[in-house]
Design a protein around this ligand. Structure first.
Ligand code: ATP
Ligand code: MG
Ligand code: MG
Ligand code: MG
Length: 468
């Protein structure tokens, strides 16, 4: 089942059930408090919080997302991408818990020939918030699930709120059991490698008050309850395609194969190399999608995240033994895997490709000049009979030349030198503190953006500037 097929099944299923199909919003969220769109619900936040009346009672989408928070997981777990697509169905004061559970179960378990996703009921588990007896009863009634397939979990994983006073409520998550080959038999609460979370159902049921973290008071039931769900399309794709992880699905694998081909190393033979290939496949795709949504590499904000993704890809290719430029081959591979669902990656490709190749060239030059500075420092240490490379040299390389610390460590180690990591880290820490103070002093000069939310809450406006 190709990813595009899953997307069509999703939109048809919810479209047929009265949901307005809403196209994906940009990765660049218009919420000023967010760097990127991190979930399917982001474009619907004004409706979910009640700030703006929803123009439809129910909606569905396949939303492009970026989660930089997951960057260190990429390639190591089977299920975390920096870019991924979240399929959502939303109810704005329309159906609630029973509707959401019924739809999710029906779509997952109905036969492929009938438009469903064809999951076997015996492979599915669910978690609920520990006090949400109503959800437990519904899972039993709607899906016929036995007690042992329903796990009660804490607020950390199974309770949602924006972190502010406003709507909040319990979640229920659906997991796929990959079988004993992947871990112990204790359900999602004990093992998240064997049991892969595929779908999160959020029941926006209560009004929360002040509080911090997961400690807040519940003021009462919401007069209009909402549903927000998110299913990870790549996760379902990798399970349905019978591959090991999300980097091996039809939308991503061609980039991984290209990285293997260019490096002359085979995928599936060495763990570290495999992780690198998966990182490249993920980061190239994320960069492609970010640039297609107008992000350009820079030293701040969104552009900096993009720059990091691009540089990490170069770095990973280097660790695979390739020092020559490779983006001219990796990016077309990603474009071709994504263009059926996102034609703009083709029409915008000249621009995207120019940005990617320019960034690669600059970074390769940085690496080359950093390497020669490092070579001088290494031979100085050696001549002085020291076994250490000064930590301030490592810091200077990192801070001024953008030369990655892991590369410094690697080159130093090859020359038989160590770097005082604690000293390096404290230099880094000092730098971060200075940057934070700087940002704080800049922030004080920024306008209060909440005025725009209030403005939007007034509904439609008419432009009268031509007449008046
Ligand atoms: P996990 O616990 O696996 O990190 P999550 O609980 O952070 O997932 P949610 O915030 O509940 O994820 O997002 C809804 C759905 O989106 C998840 O059930 C999952 O299928 C998918 N998803 C979340 N993060 C990623 C990611 N980094 N890459 C791919 N899919 C993801
Ligand atoms: Mg997560
Ligand atoms: Mg989770
Ligand atoms: Mg979740």
């Amino acid at each position: 089942m190709q990813t595009a097929d899953i997307q069509n099944r999703w939109l048809t299923f919810f479209g047929d059930r009265g949901h307005t199909v809403v196209p994906s919003a940009s990765l660049v969220s218009d919420d000023p408090t967010l760097l990127f769109t991190v979930a399917g619900m982001v474009p619907f936040v004004p409706y979910l919080t009640g700030l703006v009346p929803a123009p439809f009672p129910r909606a569905t989408s396949v939303q492009k997302c970026i989660r930089t928070l997951d960057i260190e997981e990429v390639g190591k777990t089977p299920r975390h991408g920096t870019f991924f697509q979240m399929n959502g169905n939303f109810s704005f004061g329309d159906y609630f818990k029973e509707g959401a559970i019924t739809y999710a179960w029906e779509l997952l378990t109905s036969e492929e020939s009938k438009g469903g996703l064809g999951f076997d009921e015996k492979d599915l588990w669910v978690t609920v918030y520990k006090d949400d007896d109503e959800a437990i009863e519904l899972w039993k009634k709607v899906a016929g699930l036995k007690d042992e397939r329903i796990q009660r979990l804490d607020k950390d994983t199974n309770y949602w709120s924006t972190g502010q006073p406003g709507p909040a409520g319990p979640c229920s998550e659906i997991f796929f059991d990959r079988g004993p080959k992947y871990g112990i038999d204790g359900g999602p609460a004990t093992d998240d490698d064997r049991y892969v979370e595929i779908w999160n159902l959020v029941f926006m049921q209560y009004l929360r008050g002040e509080g911090s973290g997961k400690e807040f008071e519940i003021l009462g039931e919401l007069p209009k309850k909402n549903i927000d769900t998110g299913m990870g399309m790549e996760r379902v794709a990798f399970i349905k395609q019978g591959v090991e992880n999300m980097y091996e699905i039809d939308q991503v694998r061609p980039v991984l194969d290209k990285a293997a081909e260019l490096s002359g190393r085979r995928y599936g033979h060495n763990h570290d190399d495999d992780v690198r290939m998966r990182v490249i496949a993920d980061h190239v795709r994320s960069s492609l999608m970010l640039m297609s949504d107008g992000v350009t590499p820079s030293n701040e904000g969104r552009g900096y995240i993009l720059r990091r993704l691009l540089r990490r890809s170069v770095r990973a290719m280097r660790l695979l033994g390739v020092e020559d430029p490779t983006f001219a081959e990796l990016f077309p591979a990603s474009r071709d895997a994504m263009k059926a669902q996102y034609p703009e990656v083709s029409t915008e490709f000249d621009r995207i490709s120019r940005l990617a190749l320019g960034e690669e060239e600059t970074f390769l030059r940085t690496l080359a000049s950093g390497t020669s500075i490092l070579d001088v420092a290494v031979s100085r240490s050696q001549q002085a009979g020291s076994t250490e490379l000064p930590s301030d040299t490592a810091f200077l390389l990192h801070d001024t030349y953008g030369f990655p610390i892991d590369l410094t460590l690697e080159i130093a180690e090859e020359a038989g030198l160590s770097v005082d990591r604690d000293a390096f880290d404290s230099l880094m820490q000092r730098q971060r503190t200075l940057a934070k103070e700087d940002a704080k002093s800049k922030k004080q000069h920024l306008a209060d953006l909440s005025v725009y939310s209030a403005f939007r809450a007034q509904g439609e406006t008419v432009f009268t500037g031509y007449e008046y």
